[in-house]
Design a protein around this ligand. Structure first.
Ligand SMILES: *[C@@H]1O[C@H](CO)[C@@H](O)[C@H](O)[C@H]1NC(C)=O
Length: 335
């Protein structure tokens, strides 16, 4: 009868069966119940624990029983099973009883995993046959991991808020730590589990993860992409930029932008309309050319490059001049 739950069930059943009967036996039964449970009890504080994956938890617990009993055995069980957890291979290596055989029944469970999510009860057995007690309900253990919640991409100059999410509420004393590409961050923290990046810069892009101060567990990383309009737009030119009439020279437009610029326009200086499109452009005439790179966030133009086209005759004269000059010099040297 001293087993708490058996005892409750019996009393409830009896009360229900005598509901229609005169009130006296009911009072009598309740009195018996009180007498039986007097002095027997287990209290857990707190009764709900939210623990971070891989951490250690201490389940604080005290128990009482009437004087004149001697505690023979103390142990913890998983709800609805009265098996001693220290005999369970899944737990035996990770359990440490911190209590005693008088009134403290605290226990430490280390390296908790999602599989440890249960209700745990303390049970004690005295030297008297009927002097056994399981403290129910017990301690509810919830195990959480951490997840970074952030938008996938943010445009440069905007603000972004990253949240370190847990599935249960960790204690108020928990201090969150943030990492970008595994480096700890010192940026402003907005509320405890949030990181606020104001006026985002390109350097803010990276893999973000969070952790709790004093714990080794680190959340999976979330990639934050920073998008921005083209900049450092430049034109590269194959060869010297001096070409012979009838040939062409290829100009290539490059830029730093995210997402990459896919849209390019080519202009000739002092000419308002575009002379071409696409990342490369074939110049056939002399002039100063520049390009403009676009993505959905904006556009930027490059500096101009000079293309010079020389007529074939000019080239020929220059070549002939060089040969003649060389001949004259050689002749003078021989002399
Ligand atoms: C149980 O222990 C108490 C205290 O030591 C003792 O007084 C009592 O006689 C014991 N009862 C039995 C059944 O051994």
């Amino acid at each position: 009868m001293l087993e708490c739950c058996n005892c409750c069930v019996v009393v409830v059943a009896m009360v229900m069966s005598v509901r229609m009967a005169p009130p006296l036996p009911v009072i009598f039964l309740l009195m018996i119940h009180n007498v039986f449970s007097e002095g027997w009890g287990v209290s857990y504080s707190p009764s709900h624990i939210c623990a971070l994956k891989t951490s250690s938890v201490i389940m604080s617990c005290t128990y009482t029983y009437p004087t004149g009993y001697k505690i023979e055995k103390v142990f913890w069980t998983k709800k609805s099973r009265s098996l001693d957890l220290s005999k369970d291979p899944e737990y035996s290596q990770r359990l440490q009883y911190l209590g005693d055989k008088q009134q403290n029944c605290a226990i430490r469970l280390s390296h908790v995993t999602q599989n440890d999510q249960h209700m745990y009860c303390f049970r004690f057995i005295t030297n008297e046959t009927k002097g056994k007690w399981t403290g129910k309900p017990g301690v509810t253990l919830t195990v959480t991991d951490l997840q970074v919640e952030a938008p996938e991409r943010v445009t440069e100059g905007h603000n972004v808020r990253l949240t370190c999410k847990s599935s249960c509420t960790l204690t108020d004393r928990a201090t969150f730590i943030w990492y970008r590409n595994s480096q700890p961050l010192t940026e402003r923290r907005d509320r405890n589990n949030q990181l606020l990046l104001q006026s985002v810069r390109r350097e803010d892009a990276g893999r973000y993860s969070c952790a709790l101060h004093g714990h080794t567990y680190i959340s999976p990383a979330a990639q934050l992409t920073v998008t921005y309009p083209p900049r450092n737009v430049s034109v590269s030119i194959t060869g010297s930029g001096v070409i012979v009439e009838g040939d062409s020279v290829t100009l290539i437009c490059s830029s730093d932008s995210n997402p990459p610029a896919l849209n390019f326009s080519w202009f000739k200086e002092n000419q308002s309309s575009a002379v071409g499109s696409g990342q490369s452009f074939s110049a056939l005439q002399s002039g100063r050319f520049y390009c403009e790179a676009h993505n959905q966030h904006g556009s930027q133009r490059s500096d101009a490059v000079t293309v010079t086209v020389k007529g074939r005759l000019v080239i020929l004269y220059i070549s002939a001049g060089v040969v003649l000059g060389a001949a004259v010099i050689i002749t003078m040297m021989i002399w």
